[in-house]
Unconditional design. Structure first.
Lengths: 315, 528
């Protein structure tokens, strides 16, 4: 059987040569993301902002103009309409009403009365101001704790320099994900936070695999200059990095195109995250090690290595 | 380690068999699965409300209002206690101050007697005094007990009300200190239930105060005389369109607690609610009506007067009828609320998520298509990339899906739409461990090792990497579970389960296959 070789085995791509270029590119992208976040902001879903979401299905293709005027005239503030997947499905978002939970509930009733029984209510969600505030807090806590926990784990398993490198790469991925959500105006909701956490997990996972190889090579080739050694490590794990990214992307693309409208945003975030995460492990996480004064001795002494390193460099 | 211990083979076989057994009921219909004897695995995966359709409501008990009510009751018992002494203890300024009941003695000599009474009002209080002013304050335990009792009683009442509506298999749980999570599978339009839960339904019967004029007591800026209060009518409006105000005696003759039954019926072709008192309620109602023939009394629901009929004759049998401005539905709902009992405090709906069954079914279908497609794509890709080793990884992937299904069924974890996304994601990532191993084996062989030695060291070296890499993702999953809510939790569950099962299948199952194949063929070169 003729097997696919995604990357010719035994690659010797000089990744370290472009590290400055990659760093500049990433810095620019991160800065742009932060800028977008503050200038344009995120399109927060009702999970965080509070408010009302109603998904309806009409028998005929929905008359958006009429719906807009029906709902716009109710005095419920900003009402967003969006075709959702097909022309009979409409997603209605009503902004959070002034006042407390009672006022939100009243607005749900007002909207439903105006829409009448002719439409099929597929989904009704309302999040009061209190829960919205709590969900924001829980989301931020989860992301920060996850980053801290991963930093500690990597620090514990490797040297602190690796921990810093991994978390910088992770931060890069999270920032760029927030950036693309802001740029495209995609709804940022609870499942986006779930996606970000998963991206964080994947990004670290990817980084750890390369770092593992770096650590192994540091023990093996004590005299090799660090840039060469890092290149060797990236090339050694390159086919794995790409293969896993491809299988994960294949699964996510299936989810994106066939998984239904409700999780489209989630799948998109994940796809973006995998691409960015793969890039950052190779071009950010590993090259960063050059600047962090790795102590080779620390990695050798006190680390158990069950096999003496006798092999020559691959190839 | 090309050598594979016997117990490990047994373990793999056992896990496979158990996995199949626990996953199998999901292939059956609901009825067939129910027919499986209890000693066999017979549970299907629990579908979340976003997949099976239903309504999720998060309620908050207004604990502050229960506390307020408790304090009002303490004021009443303080007044009774102070007046009931002989000779009565003179006081002024009796009232609520924060979470305390406070009064000032007219005569400092009464101090010790007053303290005795204050101490008896409520055991969970602390007594402080400042000059002649005595304060009785609820302590932490007192406050906690009020909250706990209020939430527990509310849960009970919520359950009864929902049961009365005929909703099947509702889940009603306490969440945090003062919240109640209600899940109603299959409920598409929870408006009626929301309305039922939004009503406190405190029913009381009061005599009207006829000695003072309503305008004098209830006008703007006026305070009603002690022991009375001004309540608006629920339906009747005066000439200016304002609700009619009644001046009622604060003390209830009889309360809704004494009702044993209530039904929506008709009287003179008008919808009414008929009710029946228990023995205590019937006697008390009889006594009061006997003494007050010709006087009006007020039927009060949640601080609104539903009707204020005149007592024509003593009502002794304990049966009565509430007439008011009812529709058939509202009479029936009131009867239901009275039967189920009053909530100790108003409930506020903090969050609602309702998904129609059709959308749920659509989501399941979309999830199935996406999963199957993802599996096929990954299987084909793996076979193309690694040939026979890829096929072994594919077998492991299939087993992985079975194990995830089995774990979800066994743990009765709830599968949500993000949960399906988690499974699809694991399908992509599950092969990672195998990819790591195969790439490593390839490399080892390229470095001049024999097939057996390459496989051996490939597995050994990839192992730490696999563990390091998976633990970081597991950390993310655990935190998601901890801080996520509802459907997102479902994602964390499937992601975590998927990671664990994929590690097992990669490290144990594919390895067993590879090793068995190596031993039977003894190849000169690995087909990688």
């Amino acid at each position: 059987m003729r097997l696919i070789n995604l990357v010719p085995t035994d690659t010797r791509i000089d990744f370290m040569r472009v590290r400055k270029l990659a760093a500049v590119l990433s810095l620019l992208l991160c800065a742009a993301s932060i800028g977008l976040f503050f200038a344009k902001g995120l399109n927060y879903g009702i999970d965080f902002r509070g408010g009302i979401l109603i998904e309806i299905r009409t028998e005929q293709p929905a008359d958006m103009g009429q719906l807009r005027s029906t709902l716009g005239g109710l005095g419920l503030g900003e009402v967003q309409l969006q075709e959702f997947g097909r022309d009979t499905d409409v997603l209605i978002r009503i902004e959070r009403q002034a006042g407390g939970e009672k006022e939100q509930l009243a607005a749900v009733n007002t909207a439903k009365e105006a829409l009448g029984d002719a439409v099929d209510y597929r989904r009704t969600e309302f999040v009061g101001p209190k829960v919205g505030a709590e969900l924001i807090e829980a989301g931020i806590t989860a992301v920060l704790l996850a980053m801290a926990a991963m930093l500690v784990y990597i620090w514990f398993r490797f040297e602190w320099q690796f921990g810093v490198g991994a978390v910088v790469a992770l931060l890069h991925d999270v920032l760029l994900t927030i950036g693309i959500f802001s740029l495209m105006g995609l709804e940022f909701n609870l499942s986006t936070v779930a996606a970000i956490l998963t991206i964080a997990g994947y990004s670290i996972n990817d980084t750890v695999v390369v770092y593992d190889r770096v650590r192994e090579n540091l023990r093996k080739f004590k005299q090799m200059p660090l840039p060469d050694l890092l290149n060797l490590s990236i090339n050694g794990t390159l086919s794995r990095t790409l293969l896993t990214s491809v299988t994960t992307l294949l699964a996510l693309l299936a989810l994106f195109f066939f998984g239904g409208e409700v999780i489209k945003g989630f799948s998109f975030a994940m796809i973006w995250g995998i691409v960015v995460g793969t890039y950052s492990s190779i071009f950010i996480a590993v090259p960063l090690l050059v600047y962090m004064n790795l102590r080779r001795t620390g990695l050798i002494v006190g680390e158990d290595d069950d096999e003496p390193a006798t092999e020559n460099p691959a190839g | 380690m090309v050598y594979f211990a016997k117990w490990k083979m047994v373990l793999v076989a056992l896990v496979c068999v158990l996995g199949l057994a626990f996953a199998a009921p999901n292939l059956l219909s609901e009825e067939d699965a129910a027919g499986i004897p209890d000693w066999l695995p017979n549970q299907k995966i629990n579908l979340g409300l976003d997949l099976q359709g239903g309504s999720h409501l998060l309620l908050e008990v207004d604990v502050a209002s229960v506390t307020r009510e408790r304090l009002e009751a303490m004021v009443d018992s303080a007044r009774d206690g102070l007046r009931g002494e002989s000779p009565p203890i003179g006081y002024r300024g009796l009232g609520i101050n924060g979470e305390c009941v406070r009064f000032t003695l007219r005569n400092p000599d009464d101090d010790s007697r007053a303290r005795q009474i204050a101490r008896n009002i409520n055991p969970n209080t602390e007594l402080t005094s400042e000059g002649d002013t005595i304060s009785v304050c609820l302590n932490e335990q007192g406050k906690r007990e009020i909250a706990t009792a209020a939430v527990q009683q509310s849960i009970e009442i919520v359950r009864r009300r929902i049961d009365e509506t005929g909703t099947r298999e509702p889940t009603i749980q306490r969440q945090g200190t003062d919240r109640i999570l209600v899940q109603l599978p299959g409920v598409k339009d929870p408006e009626r239930i929301k309305e039922l839960l939004g009503t406190t339904a405190k029913l009381t019967f009061h005599l009207l105060d006829r000695t003072n004029s309503v305008t004098a007591a209830c006008g703007p800026g006026r305070r009603p005389p002690p022991g009375t209060e001004c309540l608006p009518s629920a339906d009747d409006k005066d000439a200016n369109g304002q609700p009619v105000i009644y001046l009622v005696k604060r003390r209830a003759m009889v309360r809704g607690d004494n009702l044993v039954d209530a039904q929506g019926t008709f009287q003179d072709a008008q919808p009414v609610v008929s009710f029946r008192f228990d023995a205590v309620g019937a006697r008390r109602f009889g006594d009061v009506t006997r003494q007050n023939v010709g006087q009006p009394f007020a039927i009060v629901l949640d601080k609104e007067v539903i009707s204020a009929p005149v007592i024509r004759e003593p009502i002794l049998g304990g049966n009565g009828v509430i007439s008011g401005n009812f529709s058939v539905q509202s009479a029936q709902d009131l009867a239901l609320l009275l039967r189920a009992g009053a909530l100790p405090a108003p409930l506020v709906i903090l969050e609602e998520r309702t998904v129609g069954a059709e959308l749920g079914a659509d989501s399941i279908q979309a999830g199935e298509i996406a999963s199957v497609l993802a599996i096929l794509l990954v299987i084909v890709f793996m076979a193309a990339a690694y040939g026979m080793f890829g096929l072994m990884a594919d077998v492991a992937l299939a087993l992985n899906i079975i194990l995830i299904t089995a774990m979800l069924s066994m743990l009765q974890a709830t599968l949500t739409l993000p949960g399906i996304a988690g499974i699809v994601l694991t399908i992509g990532m599950a092969v990672d461990a195998n990819v790591l191993i195969f790439e490593r084996i390839r490399e080892e062989e390229r470095n001049g090792r024999t097939p057996i030695s390459a496989v051996d060291s490939g597995y050994q070296r990839a192992l730490t990497t696999i563990i390091d890499a998976n633990i970081t993702t597991l950390i993310a999953a655990v935190l998601l579970f901890q801080f996520g809510s509802g459907p997102v939790k479902g994602f964390a569950v499937t992601l975590a389960i998927g990671l664990l099962t994929s590690m097992f299948t990669a490290i144990m199952v594919t390895r067993l296959m590879v090793v068995t194949w190596l031993h039977s063929r003894r190849p000169k070169k690995l087909p990688l």
